[in-house]
Design a protein. Structure first.
Length: 231
């Protein structure tokens, strides 16, 4: 049974003695009581990196912590690329290098059991011209004529994007970005450029209008083609 504890030569009442013991225990274990500010998420900067073929740039991994603070993660990050034939990456430093004739790859940064991804694009330099054409590369019609289609029926058209690089014609369809304006209602007009040629589909019931298909490529003037949807 607990009785008063002697402290500095004096006997303390039971309640005070108990409080002294608790305070001592808390003080001894305070370092274990307060947990380290843990990492809660990772982000890659820039979020959509671009790099010219034959050149390099370094990405950064930024962490958000439990107290909502953010800082760059400078060690312990492992970097990978889904396609090293288009975007090579140093696993330790996050330095990416453009490879081949350009393309896209998914970059992953992993640290402390967490990961983040970003889509990196490698592109050709010295591009002096960009044109959007119909059909298959080097066999279609350039520049592309206006594609006219009835909303009552719908239809599709093949397109490819070609660029002039150092005097040579190059197919850049899968690296270019295809967009339609004004923005059609979701699902009405879809352009898929994951392979060459790209395929733009005007679905039945698309709102009649004059649309512009715009193809962009890094560091190059955009090319356009018309899509006219009739009733």
């Amino acid at each position: 049974m607990l009785s008063g504890r002697t402290f500095a030569g004096k006997k303390l009442p039971l309640t005070i003695a108990f409080a002294v013991l608790v305070a001592a225990a808390f003080g001894a274990g305070c370092k274990g009581f307060f947990q380290k500010n843990a990492l809660s998420s990772i982000a890659i900067q820039p979020p959509s990196p671009q790099v010219q073929v034959g050149q390099s740039t370094t990405l950064q991994a930024w962490g958000t912590y439990q107290d909502n603070t953010r800082s760059q993660i400078t060690s312990g990050v492992v970097w990978t690329s889904s396609d090293t034939t288009t975007v090579q990456i140093n696993a330790n430093t996050g330095q990416i290098t453009g490879e081949g004739s350009g393309g896209t790859a998914t970059i992953t940064a992993a640290a402390q059991g967490l990961s983040a991804t970003a889509t990196a694009t490698s592109f050709l330099g010295n591009v002096t011209g960009l044109t959007i054409c119909t059909g298959v590369f080097n066999t279609g019609s350039c520049p592309a004529a206006t594609f006219t289609v009835s909303s009552a029926v719908g239809g599709s058209q093949q397109y490819y994007a070609k660029a002039t690089v150092n005097g040579q014609t190059v197919d850049v369809t899968t690296v270019a970005t295809f967009t339609v304006s004004p923005t059609p209602t979701a699902g009405q007009i879809q352009c898929v450029a994951t392979s060459s040629p790209a395929l733009c589909t005007v679905n039945q019931g698309t709102t009649p209008n004059s649309y512009t298909l715009t193809v962009t490529y890094p560091n190059t003037t955009a090319a356009t083609a018309g899509i006219t949807v009739t009733p």
